[in-house]
Design a protein around this ligand. Structure first.
Ligand SMILES: Nc1ccn([C@H]2C[C@H](O)[C@@H](COP(=O)(O)O)O2)c(=O)n1
Length: 224
């Protein structure tokens, strides 16, 4: 495309309109290009495409919706866990969609992640992780940076166990969102007990089904 002023602007219009097209399948792209080329007064097209004062407002088409954002954050937080088998992340969100606490499964403060055991099936119970590890949900509640967590939501990559369910209820959290793939302990008494307590305490819980299997984070995005 030649670089005279008009055609340059048209090019930008077409690019910007990709977003509009994806939500309006009836729109014919070829016809649109033609009509733009035929248009001598570009200002109307500019308005349609968000070009103001000669500078286009580029629309971003990969914005994460809230649930996706918070659940992805929980998975990112889980990356801090040193558990070689199960890494869990939890994020607490208040009524203004602000994150007020995050946590992952790890050893208590002062109990070195490198010295305490991460084993599961040990002969001696004292040599396995279960007696020591703090669950992600509990850590998120203990790490909160707001006065309280009343009416907050909790996003977690794994359905909460009964011990965490008690803490969740006592802290006033009213909604638990957990990941579809991670509800792997469905028949366990701890899970059944959690559900029983959540139901009684009117804590709403539901499985989140992600729109994307992977979300790529480019650490250099936006850096020239
Ligand atoms: N809701 C949950 C459930 C489990 N965890 C943590 C605690 C352990 O580190 C691990 C469970 O070990 P596994 O039996 O799966 O090897 O996951 C948690 O943080 N939150």
């Amino acid at each position: 495309m030649s670089n005279n002023g008009f055609e340059f602007e048209v090019d930008k219009c077409i690019n910007l309109d990709k977003l509009t097209l994806s939500t309006h399948p009836a729109l014919d792209m070829e016809r649109l290009k033609e009509s733009v080329k035929e248009t001598t007064n570009v200002s109307e097209m500019d308005k349609m495409n968000g070009v103001q004062n000669g500078s286009p407002h580029k629309r971003v088409d990969d914005v994460l919706e809230w649930h996706e954002y918070f659940m992805a954050s929980a998975f990112l937080v889980a990356k801090r866990s040193k558990d070689p088998v199960t890494r869990v992340g939890a994020v607490i969100v208040n009524e203004d969609n602000k994150i007020v606490g995050t946590g992952y499964n790890g050893m208590p403060i002062g109990c070195s992640d490198d010295e305490f055991p991460w084993d599961k099936n040990t002969h001696d119970e004292l040599d396995s992780k279960y007696l020591y590890v703090c669950h992600a949900e509990m850590n998120a509640i203990l790490n909160k940076n707001s006065a309280d967590t009343k009416r907050c939501k909790l996003y977690t990559s794994l359905f909460p166990c009964n011990e965490c369910a008690k803490v969740i209820i006592q802290s006033g959290i009213k909604e638990v969102i957990y990941m579809l793939m991670c509800d792997k302990h469905k028949q366990k008494p701890a899970t059944i007990a959690s559900k029983r307590m959540f139901d009684a305490a009117k804590v709403h819980y539901w499985q989140y089904i992600p729109q994307h299997k992977t979300i790529v984070i480019d650490m250099y995005e936006g850096i020239p």
